[in-house]
Every structure is written in structure tokens, then in C-alpha cells.
Design a protein around this ligand. Structure first.
Ligand code: DQA
Length: 142
């Protein structure tokens, strides 16, 4: 199964940004973790990170016909982006939303996610392991 993993704005600064929330590990460490988890499950992952909303929309559109599932941590855009929601609905690929932190127990503006409305499952507060759980969820579908 081929899965596209999308990380949104500021996820490239993992290990530097708000370490008390997001930890010490870098975005490269996250990529390595996801690659290993996918390998263990016999899945193929492509990793994409971008800070721009439109580039994320385009990546989702381009996933059609190339991938069988999407894992997305749209970061702050989760809480604001109808465009990303519409793109997920347009391609209609099985999608799972991931957040490293427990967004339901942070500021009130993080409690709502447009992206979640385009995903069949949302996983928050499990750190890197959330991406593995998302891969397992997608693997379980096929
Ligand atoms: C995040 C949570 C978002 O609210 C925040 O804007 C992020 C990261 C997470 O992984 O916990 O940038 O998506």
C-alpha cells in the first residue's frame, strides 16, 4: 500500500520549536520513524512537508491515482483550512489526521479541525507513535 504523509507548517522545526510541547526530536527523526514503521508494516511511504497551504492542497490533488491513503498533520492549517478539507474530500482517498500533541486539551482554537472532517480517523497526543497508529489504521482497511 502506498501512503502519502503530509506535514504542514512549522513541522520542519521539530526539535527547535516549543520543545516542552513537541519534544527534542527533529523533523528528520520523525521521517526516519515513519519510514521504519512503514517498512515494518510492508507499506511504502512518501513524505512531504510544506509551510504553504496551497502547496499542501496541490500535493493532495496530485495524490489521486498515485497513493491509496493519506496521513496528514496539517498543523495550524487543521484549524483554519477549508481548502485542505475540500482537497481531501475531492480526492476521497482514505485519510487519517495526526497531531503530535493532544489538541483537545490545549487552547480552545485548537479543539476544532476542518481537516478532521475529511478524514476517517483523528489521532492526537501520541507523539510520533500517532503516525504508526495511522499507518496501522490504513493497513487494516485493505
Ligand atoms: C500540531 C497541533 C497544531 O495545533 C499546531 O498548530 C501544530 C502542531 C501537533 O502536531 O500537535 O503546528 O498539529
Amino acid at each position: 500500500m502506498k501512503v502519502l504523509v503530509i506535514n504542514g507548517p512549522n513541522m520542519n522545526l521539530l526539535g527547535i520549536r516549543e520543545k516542552e510541547l513537541y519534544g527534542e526530536q527533529s523533523y528528520e527523526d520523525l521521517c526516519e520513524y515513519i519510514r521504519r514503521a512503514a517498512e515494518g508494516l510492508g507499506m511504502e511511504v512518501t513524505l512531504f512537508q510544506h509551510n504553504c497551504e496551497g502547496r499542501i492542497v496541490t500535493e493532495i490533488q496530485n495524490a489521486l491515482g498515485k497513493f491509496e491513503g493519506i496521513i496528514i498533520n496539517a498543523a495550524a492549517y487543521s484549524h483554519t483550512s477549508i481548502a485542505i478539507l475540500d482537497a481531501l474530500k475531492a480526492v476521497a482517498l482514505p485519510a487519517v489526521e495526526v497531531h503530535l500533541t493532544d489538541v483537545g486539551n490545549r487552547e480552545s482554537f485548537r479543539c476544532f479541525s476542518y481537516v478532521a472532517m475529511g478524514c476517517e480517523k483523528s489521532i492526537s497526543g501520541k507523539g510520533f507513535a500517532g503516525y504508526k497508529l495511522a499507518l496501522e489504521h490504513l493497513a487494516g482497511r485493505v
